[in-house]
Write a protein that binds this ligand. Structure first.
Ligand SMILES: [Ca+2]
Length: 301
């Protein structure tokens, strides 16, 4: 998988999918979709967790609800493992045997609030590592965090190697990214596996954020979840201006990310539009700008 995954997010939530800067993020327009969850950690217990070069305990200082897991680190460039005094404080969760098959889940999701004695966190403050069984048994991602903010992370699982044998989930820092004696607190909460229980549009992207009015079609990326392998479901598409539909279409797509093409009528006027994608009552929208084609106006040869 590319790390540059995309999805819909609300305005207050930072998703890890890194989108090209010119592509606006889709916005959900409808109520929360129906989601099934398997909670791996809610902050109330450290059962199954281990920690080294730091401490891990339930905390009510910061929590999404109840308590969170506080991963507390005093950066120490002179202690820790003898061979690596500038080391890797880490905490890890041993996934229970009965919960290691993640293929029936669609996403890993969790929230982290970061605090520190520093003015700001370093560029790569924390990393996530999943360990599975198999030749490509390590899957890791950097977790961009901001001091003093809750950040939600959502990772698709469809390209996790060995997703049926996930043994361990680990958070770690590299002390080399910090200064000696820095204090860093990560509050981890609502760590869970989720899946949609009905076909749901979870991502929408206009592949060109600016489109000429004489283009025959608008290229879109539509992500649909909540579908069994091999099944497809309809996604209703519409292009709207000032809330009024000016074009409509339908795409029949399988689960995952799909490139679809929405036909555009002739004679659209330049301006700001929104494209909408709906499945199972869940709607996402994304902005699109239509501009006059230079070829129409004869300004270019
Ligand atoms: Ca909690």
């Amino acid at each position: 998988m590319s790390a540059n995954r995309w999805l819909a997010g609300s305005g207050v939530v930072v998703m890890l999918w890194l989108m090209p800067p010119c592509v606006p993020q889709a916005q959900p327009l409808s109520a929360q979709p129906r989601i099934e969850r398997l909670v791996l950690a809610d902050g109330e217990s450290v059962d199954g967790w281990s920690v080294t070069e730091g401490t891990l305990e339930p905390s009510s200082v910061r929590a999404r609800s109840g308590r969170s897991l506080l991963f507390h680190i005093l950066v120490d460039w002179h202690g820790g493992e003898a061979a690596y005094p500038i080391g890797w404080p880490r905490c890890w969760f041993k996934v229970p045997e009965e919960a290691r098959d993640w293929t029936r889940w669609e996403r890993l999701r969790f929230w982290i609030y970061a605090d520190t004695s520093r003015d700001e966190l370093p560029d790569t403050p924390l990393s996530l590592l999943l360990t599975t069984v198999g030749p490509r048994s390590n899957w890791s991602r950097d977790l961009p965090l901001k001091k003093g903010r809750w950040i939600e992370f959502v990772f698709p699982l469809d390209d996790l190697p060995g997703a049926d044998t996930v043994r361990e989930l680990k958070f770690s820092i590299s002390e080399s990214r910090y200064r000696d004696k820095d204090i860093v607190d990560f509050y981890i909460d609502d760590l869970e596996l989720i899946r949609y229980t009905q076909p749901t549009v979870t991502g929408l992207q206009a592949l060109a954020s600016v489109c000429f009015t004489d283009e025959p079609a608008l290229p879109l990326m539509v992500e649909l979840l909540g579908l069994a392998p091999g099944k497809t479901a309809p996604v209703n598409l519409s292009l709207r201006r000032h809330g009024k539909p000016v074009a409509q279409g339908k795409a029949q797509v399988p689960a995952g990310r799909n490139r679809v093409s929405m036909s555009l009528p002739a004679g659209l006027t330049p301006g700001e539009y929104t494209v909408h994608a709906e499945a199972g009552g869940q709607v996402l929208s994304a902005p699109v700008r239509l501009v006059d084609s230079p070829w129409q106006k004869g300004e270019a040869q």
